[in-house]
Design a protein around this ligand. Structure first.
Ligand code: ATP
Ligand code: MG
Ligand code: MG
Ligand code: MG
Length: 437
């Protein structure tokens, strides 16, 4: 992408409306714009990051055996009356009337709809276990939308719903999602700690929230400092139910809980290792058994011919909130420092002298070759001085900067800078592309 033809409305000043650094940087880097309280437009750079995050979430869901679907955002009130949640949900639900005065709503979550869609397609025990998921916009009329994408009213969520025949199988489904979440957040460069959590309006008795520690988080959390050491869950075999249960209960021996679920005895046992912090909830997993299937009269035929009520769990990830959470965790005084896996482009190609024929030719050649090799490159071909170009590249936080100037070109060299460390290396122009593959 040539920056001269891109849509990247950078702001020089920090906007007064933004209180937290991730919101400030997203506005300054031209990623998002607010269109109404808690409702945002995604500009090209923001959309690219959103798509990267979505991609990682999708890969890990697919790897865990979940199957992607797409449900409508607008649902009928009658559907929600079947579970009793239409009245119970309260003012966070955006209620809408169509031209025939029929009551509709913008989905804040989708247990009811997935339950009836599942019922419609599953008839017997052979149709279970299944886990269906979507990545779809949700609306919650939050009392205090704030902090940009972190607490929006319209936000992108991945929501998955599992259906099983008995508790052992349902626990295995829950554990699969648990480990998939550990992997998902680790791939994004986040240390998300699973914490015992309250179930809120979703209901049920078993739940974990995945929390990224950050002073700007809205949750109060309590944990054993053992959690601060990195956990590698990549080798766990999720298909082996016993091995999986074993590794997860291993993880969970180290205490971690949100303030609604504090366990004072466990805290006393943790002694000096007990820490408290603010945290950002990036995901939550719930097991709630037959709460919805029973209320909505869902059964399948069991292997003995008798009807069985499927047991369910649901599993949410705040896809758009993750943009904010990642920036909160990865930034410095000059701007965003994207982890490679979610960066909107891999490299900023910076031409220091667009009026110099040799620089221009070198940049055009590098741009063509990088693009041909599938490297995502944002080419700063604008007629600008070096200073603003470096400032833009630092602000938008691409992992690499490839800098081409007249002095270097005279000696056949270019400079490669790693955004995260600031480390600069000179290298022969001919080697530059290979270093970025
Ligand atoms: P919170 O405690 O922050 O209000 P929640 O517990 O109400 O979140 P869930 O019902 O668990 O949210 O939804 C699943 C995920 O969706 C959350 O873990 C969070 O990452 C994300 N999410 C929830 N509300 C919002 C919001 N208003 N804006 C952005 N993301 C959100
Ligand atoms: Mg909430
Ligand atoms: Mg919560
Ligand atoms: Mg939650």
């Amino acid at each position: 992408m040539r920056l001269s033809r891109y849509f990247l409305p950078i702001l020089k000043e920090t906007p007064g409306e933004a209180q937290v650094v991730s919101h400030q940087l997203m506005l300054r880097a031209g990623m998002i714009r607010q269109t109404a309280a808690g409702i945002y437009a995604f500009l090209p750079l923001g959309l690219r990051v959103l798509a990267k995050i979505e991609g990682i979430v999708r890969e890990e869901m697919d790897r865990a055996g979940a199957i992607e679907v797409l449900m409508p955002t607008i649902q009928s009130a009658d559907l929600w009356r079947q579970s009793g949640r239409y009245e119970a949900y309260g003012p966070e639900m955006l209620r809408i009337k169509d031209r025939h005065d029929r009551e509709m709503l913008f989905s804040p979550t989708a247990e009811e709809l997935f339950t009836v869609i599942f019922q419609n397609g599953a008839k017997s025990y052979r149709d279970l276990p299944r886990n269906l998921y979507q990545i779809q916009w949700k609306f919650r009329d939050e009392v205090r939308p704030r902090f940009g994408l972190m607490r929006g009213r319209e936000f992108l969520m991945k929501d998955a719903y599992s259906f099983d025949l008995d508790f052992a199988a349902a626990k295995h489904s829950y554990n699969r999602m648990f480990i998939a979440y550990m992997r998902t957040f680790a791939r994004m460069g986040l240390d998300a700690i699973p914490m015992q959590a309250d179930t809120g309006p979703i209901g049920g008795d078993l739940s974990h929230e995945f929390i990224v520690l950050a002073p700007t988080g809205e949750s109060d959390v309590f944990y054993d400092e053992a959690w601060l050491a990195a956990r590698d869950t990549s080798a766990v075999d999720a298909d082996d139910a016993d091995a999986l249960e074993h590794s997860i209960s291993g993880l969970n021996t180290d205490y971690a809980a949100t303030d609604e679920k504090r366990d004072l005895a466990a805290e006393a046992a943790a002694g000096d290792r007990l820490k408290t912090s603010k945290g950002i909830e990036v995901g939550q997993v719930f097991y709630f058994g037959d709460k919805y299937t029973k209320a909505m009269g869902v059964t399948v035929q069991g292997s003995d011919g008798q009807p069985v009520t499927p047991l369910m769990g649901s599993y949410g990830i705040g896809v758009s909130r993750l943009l904010g959470a990642i920036i909160e965790a990865r930034h410095d005084a000059s701007g965003i420092v994207w982890p490679d896996a979610v960066a909107p482009f891999k490299v900023a190609l910076i031409n220091l002298r667009v009026d110099d024929a040799a620089c221009l030719a070198a940049c055009e050649g590098l741009y063509a070759e990088l693009t041909a090799n599938g490297v995502e490159v944002l080419y700063d071909d604008r007629d600008e001085r070096g200073g603003p170009k470096f400032a833009t590249a630092d602000l938008i936080g691409l992992p690499w900067q490839l800098v081409v100037g007249p002095k270097g070109i005279a000696n056949g060299v270019v400079e490669l800078k790693r955004r995260a460390t600031g480390e600069k290396t000179e290298l022969p122009m001919a080697d530059a592309v290979a270093r970025l593959l």
